[in-house]
Structures are given as C-alpha cells and as structure tokens.
Design a protein around this ligand. Sequence first.
Ligand SMILES: [Zn+2]
Length: 54
Amino acid sequence: MFKIEPKCSKCGKGIKGNEEVYIQMKYPARKGFTEIKAYLQNEGQFICEKCMEK
Ligand SMILES: [Zn+2]
C-alpha cells in the first residue's frame, strides 16, 4: 500500500504490515483527495499503537 517505510514519529519504531497505526496530519487545504498518498509521505506523521496509548 505504501511505498515509504513508515516509522513512528514518537519512538522511531518501524511500522510493520497489518499493525494498527495512527496518522496525524493536516487536512489538505488545496490538494484533492486523490493526492493523499503523496501528501501523507510529505506531511503525515505515523504514531504506533504503543505511543498512542500513553
Ligand atoms: Zn511509537
């Protein structure tokens, strides 16, 4: 799904496939939703489940 290797922005842990993650991002103001993948690579911050529980 993602070509990038997502990492948790808090602990730096790599996100494995099928792992539940949270994405913190600003909603694109001008770009269409079709560009969401590219937008995520630039603006998205992944947070792993463990860090989210804290
Ligand atoms: Zn984490």
